[in-house]
Design a protein around this ligand. Structure first.
Ligand code: IPD
Ligand code: CA
Ligand code: CA
Ligand code: CA
Length: 266
């Protein structure tokens, strides 16, 4: 059976728009905040409510579609066979709680492991980054241009300070020299927005040691539509089933950083 991706796209955009409206309305009510794996790993009633909304709506739309979501209301998947929605209801929950900005809804729709639709919705700015495979990437109605080569000395990278200080996951010698080489580094606290910013050329790369499939899935579709490269830090592909490191970038920056700073070091 052929899938009408324009129809799925329209449906997904409607869900994201409704979910965004629900989140904006929640700013005037008191959040219920809990912690998960540690005291800084926050989850709110809105993270749960929004994921449950997606799960219910997608099941009603087509019960053969599967769902992988951070908060666990979807399916427990070991493969990406069939149509799989990979959903992060709120990416950047810490920012959502502390700042009421710099967070996003992230959705990727995959078909037998191939990213077909990608969405990152900056709820507060009302900016939807979106792409359908083969049809280009857009920020709201405006097409995002293909990425052009950037000199590493003029590049801005997203990199969390955690990975540059003493850490058992990565020696200082790997990221330290890179931080000194580039023009600047940033850390926004939302992997999805950081991927969207790489797609727009606001950032030239994003490197991090550990993310989950729902952090990456939507952004990967968008970034690849503008010629961006999305791998792990060993330059290998993501399974989008297991957690992994991430190295997303402008192609020229990705190539130079991998060859000169990462190859054989991680
Ligand atoms: C987190 C954010 C953050 C990244 C963390 C993620 P969450 O997602 O993307 O930027 O550094 O690794 O877990 O939990 O806010 O959806
Ligand atoms: Ca979380
Ligand atoms: Ca996330
Ligand atoms: Ca989340």
């Amino acid at each position: 059976m052929t899938i009408n991706w324009d129809e799925v796209d329209g449906f997904a955009r409607g869900l994201i728009s409704n979910a965004g409206e629900t989140i904006r309305k929640s700013f005037s009510s008191t959040l219920s905040i809990e912690t998960k794996s540690n005291v800084n790993d926050l989850v709110t009633n809105m993270d749960k409510e929004i994921e449950q909304y997606f799960v219910k709506q997608v099941n009603d739309f087509d019960s053969s579609h599967k769902i992988m979501g951070e908060e666990g209301y979807g399916d427990s998947l070991t493969t990406l066979d069939g149509v799989v929605w990979i959903i992060d209801p709120i990416d950047g929950t810490m920012n959502f709680v502390h700042q009421q900005r710099n967070f996003a809804i992230s959705v990727g729709v995959y078909h037998n492991g191939i990213g077909m639709l990608g969405y990152i919705y900056d709820v507060v700015a009302d900016e939807l980054y979106h792409a359908q495979k083969g049809k280009g990437a857009f920020l709201n109605q405006t097409q995002i241009p293909h990425l052009k080569p950037v000199n590493l000395t003029e590049a801005i990278l997203a990199l969390n300070a955690t990975w540059v200080t003493k850490h058992d996951k990565v020696p200082y010698e790997v990221f330290g020299p890179l931080v000194h080489k580039v023009r600047g580094t940033r850390s926004y606290g939302s992997a999805a927005l950081e991927l969207a910013y790489v797609a727009c050329g606001r950032l030239d790369g994003y490197l991090t040691m550990r993310l989950s499939p729902w952090d990456i899935a939507g952004g990967k579709v968008i970034l690849e539509e503008v010629g961006g490269v999305v791998t792990n830090l060993k330059n290998g592909p993501h399974t989008l089933i297991e957690k992994d490191s991430l190295f997303a970038g402008n192609p020229s920056v990705h190539k130079e950083i991998y060859n000169d700073y990462l190859k054989g070091k991680l």
